[in-house]
Design a protein around this ligand. Sequence first.
Ligand SMILES: Cc1cc2nc3c(=O)[nH]c(=O)nc-3n(C[C@H](O)[C@H](O)[C@H](O)COP(=O)(O)O)c2cc1C
Length: 198
Amino acid sequence: MRIVVGISGASGVGCGIRLLEKLQEKKVETHLIISDWAKRNIEMETDYRVADVEALAGYCHNNRDLSASIASGSFLTSGMVVIPCSMKSLSAIANGYADSLIARAADVNIKEQRKLILVPRETPLNALHLENMLKLARLGVVVMPPMLTFYHKPAALIEVVDHLTNRILDQLGIANESAVRWKGCVSRETNEIEFPGP
Ligand SMILES: Cc1cc2nc3c(=O)[nH]c(=O)nc-3n(C[C@H](O)[C@H](O)[C@H](O)COP(=O)(O)O)c2cc1C
C-alpha cells in the first residue's frame, strides 16, 4: 500500500506526525510533503525536528516540486491524507488551484477518484471554509476535522490524537486492532443494553 501524506501549516502538526508513525508501524509506503509553514509549526508545537518527521516517511517531496512522481495520476497510490489541512490548502484543493505539491497531489487524487482525506483545522469556521468543505464533500472527499472525542474517556491529548488517527486508518482500510471501538451502552453486569432514565 502506498499513501501520500501532506502536512500543512495549520495548528496540530502533531496529528500528522502520529499518523506517519502509525503508517510506518503498519509498513505502509508513505510519500510525505511538509509545507513551509508546517515546518515552522513542527518546531513551534512539537519536540520533533523536521528531519525527525521526514525520517518517519518512506519518501519526502518538496512542496514546490510540481515535477514529483505524486504530481501525476500515472503514479499509482491508494490515497492521500492532508493532516492538518490549513484553510489555505483547503481552498487551493477546493478550487483546483494546484500551485503547491500538496494541492496538486490532492487534485490528482480527486481526478483519479482515489481516496482523499482532509483534516481541516480552524475555529471558528467562516462561510468560505464551510463552502470549501461542502464542495469537497460533494466530490467524495472525506472531511475529518480533528474533533474532540470523549466516549473513550481520554486522560491525555495523545489519546484524542490516537483516536483521530485510528479513524483515519479505518478510512484507508488498514486493519488496526489497537483502536478503541464503540460497543453500545451494554451493562458490564447483565450484558443488556442500558437505556437512560427511569
Ligand atoms: C502557529 C501558527 C498556527 C496556525 N494555525 C492555523 C490553523 O489552525 N488553521 C489554518 O488554517 N491556518 C493556520 N495558520 C496559518 C497558515 O500557516 C497559513 O495560512 C499558511 O499560509 C498555510 O499555508 P500551507 O497550507 O501551504 O501550509 C497558522 C500559522 C501559524 C504560524
